[in-house]
Structures are given as structure tokens and as C-alpha cells.
Ligand binder design. Structure first.
Ligand SMILES: Nc1ncnc2c1ncn2[C@@H]1O[C@H](COP(=O)(O)OP(=O)(O)OP(=O)(O)O)[C@@H](O)[C@H]1O
Ligand SMILES: O=P(O)(O)OC[C@H]1O[C@H](OP(=O)(O)OP(=O)(O)O)[C@H](O)[C@@H]1O
Ligand SMILES: [Mg+2]
Length: 281
């Protein structure tokens, strides 16, 4: 039985549940359910704090988990990324009162508040800056105003939280993060885990691609195939109308309108685009 850790709340919770549901795993029936036994897929889903997930997986008590890259680095747990999941994108940055700092070097001898003490500590060691790390649980942006810190190191996505408290980022981003599937470093991949990976890749492909169908005169088929090469090659079938063929190919969602324009220009007609619900490639 595959034992999988899923964020029980926070920024990754909803998207993690959605991708697992689309991959065919049993959703939890209410937000207070902490363990879901999915007999059909031979899988147990453990809903845990995102921060703790790398610890459980690193200890080997769970086979795999969904967490943020920043959290797994912060934990220092012996885990490795298996798959990036395309959501929960953010940066981890330093911020302070506008104009007060230019680079991490300006923090020497000062106090930096963060919920990611492991990640920040590593960065300070790498950059050779000796600063005091003040570990807080959350809402760290307020710590400067309350006189607990001179700067903060925190997750920034839209920048709204920082703007609201009148802080500004400075220096280079410490790291870019996103949601990832992790396993214990060096652990063998069980059949259940391989199946989970294939299913998640299927969902990611289904989100990335659309299915395109169109009709075109047979003599233009090579130009059309160059525009829509598909995966192994597009399906080309005869049309009842003499001299025409029907083509079906997967096309990247991003830029599919430009592909339609180009197909139209070489004479394709009845160009249809549909979502892919699920796939294995
Ligand atoms: N606003 C955001 N946008 C995108 N990703 C975010 C955002 N806030 C946090 N994350 C990412 O989500 C992951 C989990 O962070 P989250 O804030 O949900 O956990 P937490 O701080 O432990 O929980 P809580 O905020 O409920 O106390 C991290 O990898 C983080 O980078
Ligand atoms: O750049 P933004 O789009 O504003 O997002 C960043 C904010 O989101 C997270 O806060 P969260 O809601 O998780 O609260 P927390 O600080 O208590 O963890 C993070 O810690 C930042 O405060
Ligand atoms: Mg948070």
C-alpha cells in the first residue's frame, strides 16, 4: 500500500487535492479528515502540515509527499524531488523598510525574522553574513513594525502582503519554490509510487495540451504536420470528400491559437480544439 503525505491546509492544500483527485485518488470527505484509505488504488493519504511532510518522508514512515521546495530545503530532511507539480510557485526573499537595505551584506549584525530558519541560516552561511535569525511561526512581515527584527525573509508571491505593511524586497531572491512530489533520498520506487508518478504526469500533460482536429487538402498535409507534429505523429484519416484528410494531434495549450491561425492560412478548415481530461503519454 502506497503511503502518501498531502498538505492538510495552507497555500498548497487545494491544488494538491485537485491534482490527486484528477489522478483518480479518493478525495477526503471533509477538511477534518486526517487519513483517507483509498482501497481501490491501494493507497493511504495522510493529511499533514506542509512543513512536516519532508520530515515524515525523510524518516521513511511515508513513501512520498507533496510539499514546497522551500520547505523541504528548510527541513534539511534526506528527501529528493521526483516531480514538479506546476502549482504553488513563489519566491523566498529578503524584505525591509524601503531604502534601508541594498543587499544581504547590509544585514551583518542585524536581526532577520523568518519561519524558514533552516533555509535562511544556510543562505547566510553561503553568503558569509553573520546576522541573528529570529524564528517566528508566521505573519513575519509584522515583526519589523513591532521592533523584533530589522528585516524579514519570507515567501513572496504577488507581493501584496509586503505592500500592505509598507515593506520592500531587496537583494537577489534566495530561492524559487513550487510544489513538488518527494521521496526519501535513495529509496526504491515501489509499484504504487511509479503508478502515482505516471498518473500525475498524465494530469500535468492533460493540463498542458489540447486536442486539435481539422480538415485539410491532402497536398498540404506535410505543412500541416510540421505545425501539429503530435506525440508519435498525428492521426491522419481519409475524409469522405475526395482530396481531403482529417488530422488529429495533441498541441501545447500555450500558443494553440497561433497554431490555429497558421493552419487556417494553409487552408485547414473545421479546426476544433478540445480539452484533454486525462492521458498517459
Ligand atoms: N501566497 C503563496 N502563494 C504561493 N505559494 C505559497 C504562498 N504562501 C506559501 N506558499 C507556498 O506553500 C507552501 C506551504 O506554505 P504555507 O504558507 O501554506 O504553509 P504554512 O506557513 O506552514 O501554513 P500556514 O500559513 O497555514 O501556517 C510553501 O512551499 C510556500 O512556498
Ligand atoms: O506575496 P503574497 O501573494 O502576499 O503571498 C505571500 C504571503 O503568503 C504567505 O502567508 P500565509 O498566508 O501562509 O501566512 P503565514 O505568514 O502566517 O504563513 C507568506 O508567508 C506571505 O506572507
Ligand atoms: Mg504560510
Amino acid at each position: 500500500m502506497l503511503r502518501l503525505a498531502v498538505p492538510n491546509k495552507g497555500a498548497l492544500n487545494e491544488a494538491a487535492q485537485t491534482i490527486l483527485k484528477e489522478a483518480g485518488y479518493r478525495p477526503r470527505s471533509d477538511s477534518k479528515e486526517l487519513v483517507v484509505i483509498d482501497e481501490e488504488n491501494s493507497c493511504e493519504l495522510f493529511f499533514l502540515r506542509p512543513r512536516d511532510i519532508a520530515i515524515y518522508v525523510g524518516e521513511g514512515t511515508l513513501d512520498a509527499g507533496i510539499t514546497g521546495r522551500d520547505m523541504l530545503i528548510d527541513s534539511g530532511a534526506p528527501v529528493e524531488e521526483i516531480l514538479t507539480l506546476g502549482f504553488g510557485g513563489s519566491t523566498f526573499r529578503l524584505a525591509a523598510r524601503p531604502g534601508s537595505m541594498d543587499s544581504v551584506k547590509d544585514l551583518a549584525g542585524l536581526r532577520i525574522a523568518t519561519s524558514y530558519a533552516g533555509l535562511l541560516g544556510r543562505y547566510l552561511a553561503e553568503t558569509g553574513v553573520d546576522a541573528r535569525v529570529i524564528k517566528l511561526d508566521g505573519a513575519v512581515e509584522t515583526s519589523i513594525r513591532l521592533g523584533v527584527a530589522d528585516a524579514v525573509a519570507d515567501v513572496v508571491e504577488t507581493g501584496t502582503t509586503l505592500r500592505n505593511v509598507g515593506l520592500e524586497v531587496f537583494g537577489d531572491p534566495i530561492m524559487r519554490s513550487e510544489a513538488v512530489l518527494i521521496k526519501r533520498e535513495g529509496a526504491a520506487e515501489s509499484n504504487g509510487l511509479s503508478q502515482l508518478i505516471r498518473r500525475l504526469q498524465g494530469v500535468l500533460h492533460a493540463r498542458d495540451f489540447v486536442m486539435m482536429d481539422y480538415d485539410i487538402r491532402a497536398e498540404r498535409i506535410e505543412e500541416a504536420i510540421a505545425l501539429t507534429p503530435g506525440m508519435e505523429g498525428p492521426t491522419v484519416s481519409p475524409l469522405h470528400r475526395e482530396g481531403w484528410v482529417a488530422v488529429r494531434a495533441m498541441v501545447r495549450r500555450k500558443g494553440h491559437q497561433q497554431v490555429m491561425d497558421k493552419l487556417w492560412d494553409i487552408g485547414a478548415r473545421a479546426i476544433l480544439v478540445t480539452d484533454i481530461y486525462a492521458c498517459r503519454i
